[in-house]
Design a protein around this ligand. Structure first.
Ligand code: ADP
Length: 428
């Protein structure tokens, strides 16, 4: 492990967005680590090209989002990051108070750039921007389901206006006509906008190739703002210019870790229920009693003891998952939050017990369940490896107290019927 110099630093305003970006960068050939929060100053990294710092700053108070994002930026710059991407949601989730504008303003002040390119566009996932208006599939943002989002309802599709309400400086537009004339035309337009006092420019993007032009121009600057689409453009720009030597996706996964393997399922999604049924044909499966879990600790201890007797002979699966009817019944007995929290903590207890008993390869099904497990195992970050299923890569723990470890963290509906076996096959 060395203190590697980064080509690209990213600050993501939520965890799942960070994972998506880290996966996108990896697919483009960048060796990428995703960290959980701002890492410790002395975190030892393997040789990597990019680090994505995952924050939970999308919906917190703006001042706090600024402080945390600046701390992340400081860490990334201290590791040599020449360019920093502030990663936001591809639907520009924010209120008129922020947090995109305030964080962008602060990071721009720190970077010394006159103007920042901003776009949430990612045409391959249906997010396009035309004349500054964001479309979600075929409809404008303010007609999409985002208009009813519980935390950040989006009532205005015009991102020039949306961002101007959040930023202290005027916001300009680089339109598709300019973009279609190439990188130098974009550079010229940005220089004009900066000379007139704009601190940011929304840039249109309708086709995937637009992201490459945007990435190439953004790399002239030290800061940009956008979603995984601009991340893809930046990655292609870094590889295309030879600043980064493209690694085969998964090459970064490194040497086998070996050791016992286990799977934990806390997701009750249809896909996960089916995956558990398939796993039952190839490995021992323990179905936890959710009422026992809500009642106390014994169920987690019983599960660890059950697993310890078996893991030397092969992988095992421990599941709390049950059908929608059983979930509803449990929730009516104990309350939805109390039941969910108790089961997540029990899964974290079990993960901790398994790792203490030597498990070094761990597959977790369930978004909240994964969060509880990763927090408990105090894993500061992951090197992103090969994809098991779309959007679910093998993760190698970085800087974990338990040492070398491989994980797969899957939210509910991801993965095919054989997900658990597929994951274990790639986690050597
Ligand atoms: P998903 O990714 O499918 O949404 P999560 O882990 O995010 O999965 O959420 C599942 C939630 O359901 C968690 O809070 C988990 O603790 C809870 N849970 C797990 N098993 C049961 C069960 N048998 N009854 C009720 N809730 C459960």
């Amino acid at each position: 492990m060395t203190l590697a110099k980064l080509s690209l630093g990213c600050i993501a305003d939520d965890y799942t967005g960070a994972s998506d970006l880290a996966n996108t960068l990896t697919r483009q050939g960048l060796r990428t680590v995703q960290t959980i929060g701002v890492p410790p100053d002395d975190l030892a990294l393997p040789e990597v090209d990019a680090v994505v710092v995952s924050l939970k700053s999308r919906s917190i108070e703006a001042g706090l989002a600024v402080t945390r994002s600046r701390a992340a930026e400081k860490w990334l710059r201290s590791r040599g990051a020449g360019h920093v991407l502030f990663k936001i949601c591809s639907t520009f989730d924010s209120t008129d108070a922020g947090n995109i504008g305030p964080v962008m303003d602060a990071l721009r002040a720190d970077s010394g750039d006159a103007i920042v390119l901003v776009t949430p566009a990612f045409p391959e996932t249906g997010r396009t921007v035309y004349q500054g208006n964001l479309f979600v599939g075929s409809v404008p943002l303010n007609e999409s389901p985002l208009k009813d989002h519980p935390l950040n309802p989006m009532h205005d599709s015009n991102l020039v206006r949306v961002l101007a309400r959040q930023s202290t400086s005027p916001v300009g537009l680089v339109d598709l006509a300019t973009l279609s004339r190439g990188a130098d035309a974009v550079r010229g337009r940005l220089a004009d906008l900066a000379a007139k006092g704009s601190g940011a420019a929304i840039i249109d993007a309708v086709f995937d190739r637009d992201l490459e032009t945007i990435g190439a121009v953004a790399l002239d600057h030290s800061l940009s703002v956008g979603a995984s689409g601009i991340g893809l453009g930046l990655a292609r720009g870094l590889v295309g210019s030879g600043k980064v030597k493209s690694a085969a996706a998964g090459a970064a996964s490194g040497a086998p870790v070996g050791g016992p393997a286990a799977c934990l399922a806390g997701s009750c999604s249809q896909a996960t229920l089916q995956q558990i049924a398939s796993a039952e044909k190839v490995m021992p499966v323990l179905r936890l009693d959710p009422d026992q879990i809500v009642a106390g600790l014994a169920e987690a201890r019983r599960a660890v003891a059950w697993a310890v007797e078996r893991i030397t002979s092969g992988p095992v699966l421990i599941a709390s998952s049950s059908t929608p009817e059983q979930v509803a019944a449990l929730q009516s007995r104990h309350g939805r939050d109390a039941a969910g929290h108790a089961i997540e903590q029990a899964m974290a207890d079990i993960a901790e017990g398994l790792v203490r008993s030597g498990v070094r390869r761990l597959v977790v099904a369930g978004g909240e369940t994964s969060g509880a497990v990763v927090d408990r195992l105090r894993i500061p970050g992951f090197l992103v490896g090969a994809e098991i299923a779309a959007g679910v890569p093998v993760l190698r723990a970085v800087g974990a107290e338990s040492g070398e470890m491989l994980l797969a963290l899957k939210s509910g509906n991801f993965g095919g019927a054989e997900f658990f076996s597929d994951a274990l096959q790639l986690m050597r």
